[in-house]
Design a protein around this ligand. Structure first.
Ligand code: ADP
Ligand code: MG
Length: 287
């Protein structure tokens, strides 16, 4: 039978805005040695804004932005939403066909019978489209655009850190928990954010399945438990396979909430500190 103290622990968690799906997860929370974080939507707000537009030589900025927005129209990704919002007019969508979201990379589509690619550099590389070098001051996420096999330019978009991310990561460190950030974003953007948060280990340019591989590697390499914190956009498999999968509940997808063991109802990283405390206190009472 389950000791009564566990029910108290689950109740206290829920009052602290954290849904814990079973008493065994309170126990596992106390054994966490490494906490792995997704970046976008987890440590950052996931509310992007277009900051700079870099058209290639001879390309009109308006044309570049319009093609990017056309491709991103049907994507739910926060990057896509920010680009559509940034475009001022009505989008000519009747010539758009075959829209495919390459998860964690961007969009492939046909526009006016020609190939349209909008997304990370790897997406264009794969189609043999070379991109131009950008100024080193561009530290945000880059969305490249190619049309009819030709590079048109790129949009730099930026996200902001959640208000409690810095203090939460600092406190986790103080408690002796190793912190890791995994992201599909490029290295430079990841490094800028990781250094602001003083995260121990950063891995960037990952595909969604690479996040799973990284977490499994950590699970094999240590005796303690590995927790993963994500918003579920592209990271549902890793939420399910970590020892404790922790999902953002407010903006996170239904699939993520389903796959997770622990749900942070208000998407606030600080709630992790509260549930860790409750888990430790519950353990003291129960044993
Ligand atoms: P994270 O790992 O930070 O949560 P994602 O896995 O959602 O981010 O996306 C990884 C990267 O793939 C983004 O930083 C972006 O460069 C690119 N990307 C993903 N979806 C899109 C999209 N719809 N449009 C443009 N770029 C995208
Ligand atoms: Mg994410």
């Amino acid at each position: 039978s389950i000791p009564l103290g566990f029910f108290a622990g689950i109740g206290a968690s829920s009052r602290a805005g954290v849904l814990v799906k079973g008493s065994n997860y309170l126990e596992l929370l106390t054994q966490i040695q490494t906490l792995v974080f997704d970046k976008t939507g987890t440590l950052t707000e996931g509310k992007f804004q277009v900051e700079n537009v870099y058209p290639d030589a001879g390309v009109k900025e308006a044309e570049l932005v319009e093609l990017a927005a056309i491709a991103e129209m049907h994507s739910p990704h926060p990057i896509a939403r920010s680009i559509v919002e940034y475009f001022p007019g009505k989008l000519p969508t009747e010539k758009l066909a075959n829209v495919k979201e390459v998860v964690g990379q961007g969009i492939k589509a046909i526009f006016a019978d020609k190939d349209l690619l909008v997304g990370k550099k790897a997406l264009l590389d794969e189609q043999g489209v070379a991109v131009a070098k950008l100024p080193p001051t561009a530290t945000g996420t880059l969305v490249y655009v190619a049309y009819a096999g030709k590079y048109l330019g790129c949009l730099e978009i930026a996200d902001t850190l959640k208000q409690t991310s810095t203090a939460t990561l600092k406190e986790l460190k103080k408690q002796g928990i190793q912190t890791v950030m995994l992201t599909g974003d490029r290295q430079k953007t990841a490094d800028v954010i990781a250094s602001k948060l003083a995260i121990d280990t950063v891995k960037a340019e990952l595909l969604p399945q690479d996040k799973l591989t990284e977490v499994e590697k950590l699970q094999r390499a240590q005796t303690g438990k590995v927790g993963f914190v994500g918003d579920g956009l592209n990271d549902t498999p890793v939420l399910a396979s970590a020892d404790v999968g922790i999902a953002m509940g407010a903006l996170g997808s239904d699939a993520a909430i389903e796959a997770a063991d622990v749900v942070l109802m208000r998407d606030d990283p600080e709630a992790i500190l509260r549930v860790l405390n409750i888990a430790r206190r519950t353990k003291q009472i129960v044993w």
